[in-house]
Design a protein around this ligand. Structure first.
Ligand code: ATP
Ligand code: RIB
Length: 289
């Protein structure tokens, strides 16, 4: 089976800072690194490193050739990523000494995907394939509808969180993943808790506490591994990519989530985003508490 990912592609400019800057503050960074990023690209790379066949649907600008090359090198099918005359998306990311971050996003080419491109890509999808979206591209609703009509397993990672974006795709979803804060925000905006949603699979990630899986009225907890976090950027994307790959392979959900917890725990011990996502061998062999 194939995982189709309508997803963002960013240049991540990651600044190592002594603390996260406050309003009006000018802060000198200790270091700057550039990584391949974007929630979409991170998930595609994670799923590919977890052994899945992944086709990414997206757009890069004239300055984005390197990103496309890197995704190809990392095992992602990039034939449905188009070149557009809009600069490639980027993210300015500050990471403090505790591994916490804040992010400024410039969507750029991630909002220039055309309906024709999406339709053409998904015309190759087969019933039972997985389709995933996040809230960093245009065409999320169109994609979700198409996915449902084609009999794909439609998944949504509700980040960056916007209540109306989630609500617009909810009727088409088989699987929703969001973090604890996003789940609270969804409840505040809609009055619905995750247990009220008519979505078959829901995962709420809980950071250093792990993840909770909701299925048919039952909630199951999966504790996180104890590691020293140096950079949590992309942990959620790594987790999601590993979950999608496991589901696509037909693994039992408990095994899928345990493996995703291992991958994400390893990820938080590393600086960077897509380029440093661990592969399946590393995830299986890592000695984790
Ligand atoms: P991000 O936006 O930082 O990528 P997120 O907010 O979407 O992440 P989190 O709930 O913070 O998602 O983390 C996702 C997963 O990463 C968790 O479910 C857990 O498996 C792992 N994780 C995150 N932080 C830690 C930590 N400090 N120690 C171990 N595992 C962690
Ligand atoms: O989740 C991490 C990602 O969010 C980064 O790679 C950055 O590009 C932003 O999209």
């Amino acid at each position: 089976m194939t995982i189709w990912n309508l997803g963002s592609i960013n240049a991540d400019m990651i600044y190592d800072v002594p603390h996260l800057p406050g309003p009006g503050e000018t802060l000198s960074a200790n270091r700057l690194d550039r990584y391949l990023g974007g929630k979409g690209a991170n998930m595609s790379v994670a799923a590919a490193r977890a052994g899945a066949q992944v086709a990414h649907i997206g757009a890069v600008g004239p300055d984005g050739r390197w990103a496309l090359d890197r995704m190809t090198e990392y095992g992602v099918d990039t034939r449905h990523i188009t070149g557009v005359e809009v600069p490639t998306g980027h993210a300015i990311i500050a990471v403090d000494a505790q591994g916490e971050n804040n992010i400024i996003l410039f969507p750029g080419s991630n909002h220039a995907i055309t309906q024709g491109q999406l339709g053409q890509a998904l015309s190759s999808a087969l019933q039972g394939d997985v389709l995933v979206m996040q809230n960093e591209t245009n065409l999320q609703v169109e994609s979700a509808k198409m996915g449902r009509d084609l009999g794909l397993t439609v998944c949504y990672a509700a980040a960056p969180f916007q209540a109306d974006a989630v609500q617009a795709v909810l009727p088409y979803l088989d699987f929703l993943i969001l973090n604890e804060i996003e789940a609270e925000q969804l409840q505040q905006a809609t009055g619905q808790s995750v247990t009220d949603l008519e979505v078959e699979h829901v995962i709420v990630t809980l950071g250093s506490k792990g993840a909770r899986y909701y299925h048919r009225g039952a909630a199951t907890d999966f504790p996180a591994h104890k590691v020293k976090a140096v950079d949590t950027t992309g942990a959620g994307d790594t987790f999601t990519g590993y979950v999608l790959a496991g589901m696509d392979r037909g693994m039992p959900m408990a095994q899928v989530i345990s493996q995703a917890n291992r991958a994400a725990a390893l990820m938080v011990t590393r600086h960077g985003t897509a380029d440093v996502i661990p592969d399946l061998k590393e995830v299986r062999e890592a000695r984790l508490d």
